[in-house]
Design a protein around this ligand. Structure first.
Ligand code: UDP
Length: 241
């Protein structure tokens, strides 16, 4: 069990490397321990401050990972340094590989119907030994009983929930109480990338910590949201806590 966490705005972030974190998740999957993972970028951190219910949900998760250079940078400037970024997309890749190695079952929830379907097709062809026991697009009501029932009945080992925040975390929080087992992880736009509908930033942009800039250039509709998140991060930085 990873004990080391760093608190930023009351949110406990796991302070470990991506590799060690994946090992921890594999151990929990082996033991069939129910697990809720939030991959929190600065936008999610901001939403925890704007919405009390959402903050409680994030605090109830088993793990919150720093998904975004903004969170890591904030931790460093606050002199509580986090080791590294642990992104939702990178976790999907390693978890899918593990599911393939161990013949695990997965459920894919989220994105548009065409994207969800194509993501399932791509994932099945890249990871032929994992078992996709169900999939559904993400334009749903998070209380939709039909989807909750389907996931309960299938009881998958891993459920990738790609509805964007806060919808994906609220969905998991509602579902997990009654689930028998399963690793539930909110992964934002990851299914779009698996479906090849959206390209992930080239490695050099990721290495230079500029993935956010690449996404903003490719998806200009994010600019307004990013300016809001950026000014929130500056204010947080200037506050003494
Ligand atoms: N999405 C969804 N249902 C919704 C709203 C969004 O399934 O009601 C999907 C959307 O199609 C996209 C993902 O959620 O695949 C959100 O991606 P984004 O990159 O915006 O995630 P965020 O940055 O908010 O985590």
């Amino acid at each position: 069990m990873i004990k080391r966490v760093v608190h930023l705005l009351e949110i406990p972030f796991v302070n470990t490397t991506h590799e060690q974190f994946v090992d921890e998740l594999k151990r929990r999957l082996e033991q069939k321990e129910k697990t809720f993972v939030v991959t929190a970028n600065p936008g999610i951190l901001m939403k925890t401050k704007e919405d009390n219910e959402f903050q409680h949900v994030v605090k109830r998760a088993d793990y919150v990972t720093p998904d975004g250079i903004g969170v890591v940078l904030l931790s460093k400037l606050k002199r509580r340094p986090l080791k590294e970024r642990i992104t939702g997309f990178d976790l999907t890749v390693d978890l899918l590989q593990y599911a393939d190695d161990e013949n695990l079952s997965v459920y894919l929830l989220g994105a548009k119907e065409s994207v969800n379907k194509e993501a399932a097709r791509q994932i099945q062809s890249t990871y032929p030994n994992l078992n996709i026991v169900g999939r559904h697009h993400g334009y749903i009501d998070i209380d939709d009983e039909k989807i909750h029932d389907e996931i309960y009945e299938q009881s998958p080992d891993i459920v990738f929930v790609a509805l964007g925040a806060p919808k994906q975390e609220l969905f998991i929080d509602r579902h997990i109480k009654n689930a028998q087992k399963g690793l539930f992880i909110g992964v934002g736009g990851s299914l779009d990338v698996h479906a090849k509908a959206v390209k992930r930033a080239p490695d050099i942009w990721i290495k230079l910590n500029l993935e956010w800039l690449y996404r903003m250039i490719k998806q200009p509709e994010r600019i307004k949201r990013n300016i809001k998140v950026f000014s929130f991060m500056i204010k947080t930085l200037l506050k003494n806590d």
